[in-house]
Design a protein. Structure first.
Length: 666
């Protein structure tokens, strides 16, 4: 056994864990509710829980009373906001957040001692030791509202805190029915939780809008029926799945008409915010959903993508009705930041939905495909969608073909150039080490990168992860992939049949240490390492350590743009490696014509047919100059211009529409 920590963090936690931790979440609720939603750590404090907010409205339509308890606020207050955020933002595969609640959820004797946890730190141990007492108090406070059903919606690192709470709820009041749903209970993952948690009565897999109200109504009427809605698995039926393989699929609930999914009910979230105004300074953002599934994935699922579980079919809401309702809700709560959780924006939304936000000072985030048109980029910029995730993933056409991305290097370069021209910040990462990948491909990437420093940089380069539900995982036997769960799971969950494969979402090549999946821990070598070094240099040029983000201007970050004011000699200003001392090069009208021709990409056959025409708009010498200066990039006989036609300032990352939370200073 380990002696209690004497760290300041532990002392602070010990002195406060016996307080009424979630009393403010239950104010006004003592009259009783039928269903309590518990949103456990480590949820992001600046945004409401989308799933629970939708389902609460669904229960209202069934005349079932409910309340959403945002328990993470009290936990953040007592362990400290900085530590809470550090755990929330920690690597998903490390499972640090899950580990901190492992002793509260399971018999600690079945797990390794805290020091054996590979990502152990004294502060994390403090949270680990505080968690059981906090869970006990949390359960006591939640039961003050006398719920007959307690539901935990779980995603990311919320499983163990949710299981710990439901376990304590059952100990204190065995009559309460316990339910878990969300991405962490999709298919076999939900079965795996039932196997390990006999106090968990039900798991729901798939869309919950119809299933949860039906299940709650059935439980509230004390029905003796053991036949439950499709997508619901009960503890009483777990014996039916004792031999199910770790990759088995199970029935899931599917909402065929997504327009039946109501606008989320955010009232409980904002009530909770109001009760913590003396503790936290919060700028809230709304998580919203306009579509489910992925229209590209329906055609060709990206090989590494495990999103959407077993339901890839794309369904988008009616843009007119949804847009009007969303604006009403945003205005009601005075929220200007909207973060869309869709995997990909509906193409129709560029003309039917986004214009509703033009001129209204909203900041939006959307995921999209990299091959959107310039007109669609303009729609993003005009609507306030200054932050996007365009799914770039690589700067090698060979690698993009391996991952079945449906894009190419020229398409991705065009996307990044348009982001720079329209003041849009793209979130992207270079993925590497795909099965059948050749390291030599990254030699070409390394040679290209310094010429791209004027474009928005990636966050890093990382080896891919093998996620459950991805084609790589589902087809691993055919592909000759031997995969094991990350060993982090063994520090979090008791094993079932000597394995945690059924409860794991993240996998790695068999025998590979967890740390080798993380380049910042030194796992990359050769051209991969060279690429990482260049990406770090690229990022430093865009975000100098000695310059506050608010001081960054278009002139302080790298650029490569054409100044073709008719009153002056046309110039290309090249500040790719030294923005403070750029090269300014005179160019001819014929070279400008070449860049214009290649703005969206042009084939070699098209280019040289124009060169050899009777009235050529540009010459072979122009092509030679543009290639030598790397104003044009050639890839698989496609020429793409990377010269900006303007240098629009990007919105500061501080304005990312995900909200923010700060501690109130005394």
């Amino acid at each position: 056994m380990i002696s209690p920590s004497s760290s300041p963090v532990q002392a602070s936690i010990n002195s406060s864990c016996s307080d009424d931790l979630v009393a403010r979440n239950t104010d006004g609720a003592n009259s009783g509710v039928q269903v309590a939603f518990a949103i456990m750590p480590y949820h992001k404090l600046s945004t409401p829980a989308l799933g629970a907010s939708i389902l609460q409205q669904c229960l209202i339509d069934y005349n079932i009373s409910s309340k959403i308890f945002y328990c993470g606020f009290s936990f953040a207050k007592h362990i400290g906001l900085s530590l809470y955020n550090r755990i929330t933002q920690s690597s998903a595969t490390h499972l640090i957040g899950e580990w901190t609640f492992s002793a509260a959820a399971f018999d600690s004797s079945s797990l390794s001692a805290p020091e054996a946890f590979q990502f152990f730190k004294p502060d994390y141990e403090s949270v680990y030791r505080c968690a059981p007492l906090w869970i006990h108090q949390c359960a006591l406070d939640l039961l003050k509202s006398h719920p007959r059903i307690v539901v935990c919606s779980s995603l990311f690192q919320q499983n163990l805190a949710s299981l710990a709470l439901l376990k304590k709820i059952k100990e204190l009041d065995p009559s309460v029915k316990t339910i878990m749903g969300g991405p962490n209970t999709e298919g076999i993952l939900g079965i795996a939780l039932l196997r390990r948690a006999p106090w968990l009565d039900f798991v729901c897999s798939g869309d919950g809008e119809e299933v949860l109200p039906q299940l709650c109504a059935q439980l509230l009427t004390s029905s003796s029926s053991t036949t439950y809605p499709l997508g619901v698995t009960s503890q009483s039926s777990i014996s039916d799945y004792t031999s199910s393989p770790a990759d088995a699929n199970f029935p899931r609930a599917t909402l065929s008409d997504i327009n039946k999914s109501p606008i989320p009910r955010y009232d409980d979230f904002f009530e909770t915010l109001n009760s913590y105004t003396n503790d936290f300074k919060i700028t809230p953002a709304l998580l919203v959903e306009s579509a489910r599934g992925c229209w590209w994935g329906q055609r060709s699922q990206c090989t590494f993508c495990g999103l959407n579980g077993d339901m890839m079919r794309y369904r988008a809401k009616d843009p007119d009705s949804f847009g009007d309702k969303l604006l009403h809700v945003a205005e009601r709560f005075s929220v200007s930041q909207l973060q869309f959780v869709d995997n990909i924006i509906d193409k129709k939304y560029f003309t039917s939905f986004l214009p509703k936000f033009t001129g209204k000072n909203y900041e939006l985030f959307y995921e999209t495909k990299a091959d959107i048109t310039e007109q669609e980029f303009k729609a993003f910029a005009d609507s306030g969608t200054h932050f996007i995730q365009p799914g770039i993933e690589s700067l090698s056409t060979n690698v993009l073909q391996l991952m079945k991305k449906g894009t190419s290097l020229p398409i991705n370069l065009r996307c990044l150039r348009l982001c720079k021209e329209y003041g849009i910040s793209p979130s992207w990462t270079i993925l590497c080490k795909f099965p059948s990948e050749q390291e030599a491909w990254y030699k070409d990437v390394c040679e290209l990168l310094p010429s791209l420093f004027h474009l928005p940089p990636p966050s890093t380069i990382i080896p891919i992860r093998f996620d459950r539900f991805s084609p790589y995982f589902d087809q691993r036997h055919d592909l000759g992939l031997n995969l094991d769960p990350y060993s982090s799971y063994d520090f979090v969950y008791p094993k079932y049949n000597f394995s945690n494969a059924d409860v794991a979402y993240f996998f790695k090549p068999s025998g590979q240490p967890d740390k080798e999946a993380h380049p910042w821990q030194g796992s990359l070598t050769g051209y991969y390492k060279q690429c990482l070094n260049l990406v770090q240099r690229w990022t430093e040029l865009w975000m100098p350590r000695n310059l506050h983000p608010s001081k960054i201007t278009p002139a302080s970050v790298p650029f490569l743009y054409l100044d073709s004011d008719e009153s002056c000699t046309p110039l290309i200003h090249d500040g790719r490696t030294n923005p403070s001392r750029p090269d300014s090069i005179e160019v001819t009208k014929s070279l400008i014509s070449l860049l214009s021709c290649c703005r969206n990409g042009a084939s070699a056959s098209k280019i040289f047919s124009l060169v050899n025409s009777d009235n050529p708009p540009f010459s072979a010498q122009d092509i030679k100059q543009a290639l030598s200066k790397v104003w044009l990039v050639k890839d698989n006989n496609i020429y793409i211009s990377i010269v900006q036609d303007r240098n629009t300032p990007a919105v500061s990352l501080h304005h990312f529409p995900g909200g923010s939370v700060q501690t109130v200073s005394c």
